[in-house]
Design a protein around this ligand. Structure first.
Ligand code: PMP
Length: 321
């Protein structure tokens, strides 16, 4: 109905040649300068800190990159065929990104999410027209993975199981996008790359690219402090199902951040730098600042991290009240 009503306009001569598809707007996010913030936290004098503003992606998070790449590759080689449903598990941001891509491309999307993910995440998925299937909150994201595997096993022809944890398109999105962008935006001066581990796609893909450009680039992987520290989007790998795409040999240094520190830094970013971001951004910046503090005096290092999403999906958690 809506498409019909609009068709007289879209079939007339193109009014705006520079207009792009929403999906073409994925990636090329701004690199923000957080050097003053790092110095106010005690970073060494000549160290610079930068962060990619990933909420600038359609759908509001870093996961647009992986979701779109997964869909593109699956459409190209026929794994996502006509009439099939894309299904996957996600704690939220990938779900939102799949739902958005499905809305643009016109295929149905089913998402398994733990029942306790924030209200905003569930609402966004539904707003884009996807079907939400809730898994046991006590089993977390691993419970969602187990549930999606059962659903697919019961009717494999019906679904394209996107499987972000084991799909190489996930890390390739960052190898072809995030990594080269960081390299270009720092004119090849990035010395440390700090990223949180969820599916590990961001760390593995961007890290692999940066390591290939510079053998001395230090790749720092960030996890919550322990199993009980909940930082949405990040996994505590020692007790989680290890993602198949994870490449532990890329890690030069592991760092852990407590939920409390992630929250403190998230709050400080809003109040002192005007950046209203999610908790995994707070965790990433906490680790990046720690790296910047420990560097030798007058080091000319350039530390780069990512701000995976903004704070709007976390408001109902009440922590900003
Ligand atoms: N932060 C947030 C808010 C996320 O949603 C995710 C994705 N799970 C990550 C960090 C980690 O990204 P990746 O899956 O690429 O490791």
């Amino acid at each position: 109905m809506i498409a019909q009503a609009l068709s007289p306009i879209s079939t007339s001569s193109r009014a705006a040649d520079s207009a792009i598809s929403l999906l073409d707007d994925i990636g090329n996010t701004p690199l923000l300068d957080l050097t003053d913030f790092a110095h106010s936290c005690g970073a060494q004098d000549n160290v610079q800190l930068f962060a990619k503003a990933e909420w600038a992606n359609p759908g509001g998070s870093v996961k647009a990159r992986a979701a779109f790449k997964i869909v593109e590759e699956a459409e190209a080689d026929g794994r996502l065929g006509a009439g099939q449903i894309l299904i996957d598990s996600s704690s939220g941001n990938t779900a939102i990104a799949y739902a958005l891509v499905g809305a643009v491309r016109g295929f149905p999307v089913h998402l398994v999410m733990p029942k306790n993910v924030s209200r905003e995440r569930k609402a966004l998925v539904k707003a884009y027209g996807a079907t939400l299937i809730e898994s046991d909150p006590l089993e977390g994201s691993d419970g969602a993975i187990r549930m999606v595997r059962q659903i697919v096993a019961a009717d494999p022809e019906r679904y394209f199981y996107a499987d972000q944890y084991n799909n190489d398109a996930n890390w390739r999105a960052h190898y072809e996008g995030t990594g080269p962008e960081i390299w270009q935006q720092t004119q090849g001066r990035v010395s440390h790359f700090v990223a949180g581990l969820g599916t590990t796609g961001t760390f593995v893909g961007a890290g692999r690219f940066l390591r290939e450009q510079s053998a001395s680039a230090q790749l720092v992987a960030v996890q919550p402090e322990d199993e009980l520290s909940v930082i949405e989007g990040l996994k505590y790998l020692p007790t989680a199902i290890t993602p198949g795409i994870y490449a532990p040999s890329l890690v030069d240094r592991h760092m852990t951040v407590s939920a409390e520190t992630a929250w403190d830094v998230t709050q400080a970013l809003a109040r002192e730098a005007g950046l209203f971001v999610g908790f995994s951004s707070g965790a990433a910046v906490a680790a990046a600042v720690q790296v910047a503090k420990e560097l030798p005096l007058n080091s000319e290092s350039v530390v780069v991290t990512l701000l995976p999403d903004d704070g709007s999906k976390y408001v109902s958690l009440g922590l900003f009240d």
